[in-house]
Design a protein around this ligand. Sequence first.
Ligand code: PGA
Ligand code: ZN
Length: 420
Amino acid sequence: MRLSSSKIRGVTALEILDSRGNPTLRAGVELEDGSAGWANVPSGASTGAHEAHELRDNDPARYRGKGVRQAAENVRGPLAAAVKGLPAGDCRRVDEALREADGTKNKSRLGANALLAVSLAAARAAAASAGQPLWRCLCPEEKKILPVPMMNILNGGAHAANNVDIQEFMIIPRGVPSFGEGLRRCAEVYHALGAILRERGLGSGVGDEGGFAPDLSSDEEALELILRAIGRAGYRPGDEVGLALDAAASEWMQEGGVYHTPKGGKVRTPEELAEYWAGLAAQYPILSLEDGMAEDDWQGWQLLTRRLGTRMQLVGDDLFVTNIRRLKRGLEEGAGNAILIKPNQIGTLTETLEAVSMAQEKGWGVVMSHRSGETEDPIIADLAVATGCGQIKSGAPCRSERTAKYNRLLEIEAEMAGMG
Ligand code: PGA
Ligand code: ZN
């Protein structure tokens, strides 16, 4: 973070709602020069076991135990005390103070949700104090590029009440001259898919991330329908619009190391699952596969990477949980070749940026990501541009918590053009 040396004067917190109607946290940070920043934290459904701790009240009398009043208290109390008087622009110092106040490895005492809300709000306040948008203040200037959308247009798994096991079916525009053109292409395919589903009498209701959530005969049928939609929208599948999947296969892992798809009832060993992915990759223009194996199946991941790692992007979400310790292991062991970045998996901005840098230094792919439980806060758009990570997942062009990020990227595209 450059420019602002104004110090933190006050920190506030509010329990708000996310897009699934569960409580989440907003923090506000005010600086001595009168500038202020706020940030909301999102929340996942298919949460990885190794994520930093999301503190909930567990009081069954409120929000089915999901309240975050204690996390809000932690922001107002110990975390505010820890950062008051620090220069908000010095993210590293602010984040270190937050981590010290918590004192645990996985931020379980005060809550990673509490730490992240303050960490991001402080960065926003510092940017406001410098009179700059956040994307311009973080990371070296030469890094900054707009990301390619990896747009989720069909939802399954834990994100939809249908019979599809793969959690996310996404499309990636290829060879587009700008972010806006890529976004348009994706939105057109989304509409074409909706039309096809309606024609076939398949439900056009949407899942948690705004993608359609029809009941289908198989996961392959979803791929077929999307290929058809790409063609209907006037694009060549593969060349102009590619496919990406997030299997979220940690959700399929059973005791004994076998994978069991909860909806389709398929049972596969890691070898058979790798074979399944290779078969899909041979048949469809799949450019990226996320969590094709489970979060603790390092051997399965190695197998998959040896099998498909030169052909496509293999993204670790639950495997790496935005944590450099786990990413280091993946780099050493050849597990995956790309990382998904979710700031709330790790709990501070600094650690998030470190994970991005480590992956970039090794030439790995980096995908900035929303969560299934989101808010109107578009901060991941700024983080994607600041880090130049190249790719972003923010769901369908539907539901304003999803479009907030895409719209912010359009805004940044215009801001960049204005820079001349
Ligand atoms: P989650 O899903 O936010 O429910 O964890 C998103 C993802 O798996 O990428
Ligand atoms: Zn995922």
